[in-house]
Every structure is written in structure tokens, then in C-alpha cells.
Design a protein around this ligand. Sequence first.
Ligand SMILES: [Zn+2]
Ligand SMILES: [Zn+2]
Ligand SMILES: [Zn+2]
Length: 86
Amino acid sequence: MASQPICDHIRSIESVTQPRRHECEECVAIGGRWVHLRTCQACGGTRCCDSSPNQHASKHARASGHHVIASAEPGERWLYCFSAEY
Ligand SMILES: [Zn+2]
Ligand SMILES: [Zn+2]
Ligand SMILES: [Zn+2]
């Protein structure tokens, strides 16, 4: 993902919400596959990244207004904000 300036959405995150399960909750429901997982910092849901066929994390961000996700991949620690994309 492209680097970006740290926005107020990311600045307001005090502790990063960790994934409850290492699976995309929407892919599980439809029998889809995912590449990487991202956890929504607003509702704690874990969904798949933009490299995945269904791109549930970014669809969720657009639909819900939940801008900030964290990587749910083991060993990755970063936050990303979708608000610059729409
Ligand atoms: Zn933002
Ligand atoms: Zn998915
Ligand atoms: Zn959410």
C-alpha cells in the first residue's frame, strides 16, 4: 500500500484492535478465498484486503464509513485509512 501522511483518524487510535479470528468473516459466509486480512478499527470485524478477489475490507470501509483498518497478518503492525481514497 502507498505511504500516506498520518491523518486524524489514525492519530485517534490509541490501542489497535486485534482480529478475533484469522479469517474474512464475509468470505467465510460466501465460501470465498482471501489473500491477506485486515481488521476494522471501528467495529473489530476482520475482512480481506484489496489483493483478495472480494476486497471486503475496502467495500466495508466505503459502505460503513469505518475508515481505519489494521493489518491482521501475524507480525505486521500498521494502520491504514481509506478516507483519502474516496
Ligand atoms: Zn483518515
Ligand atoms: Zn473477504
Ligand atoms: Zn467496521
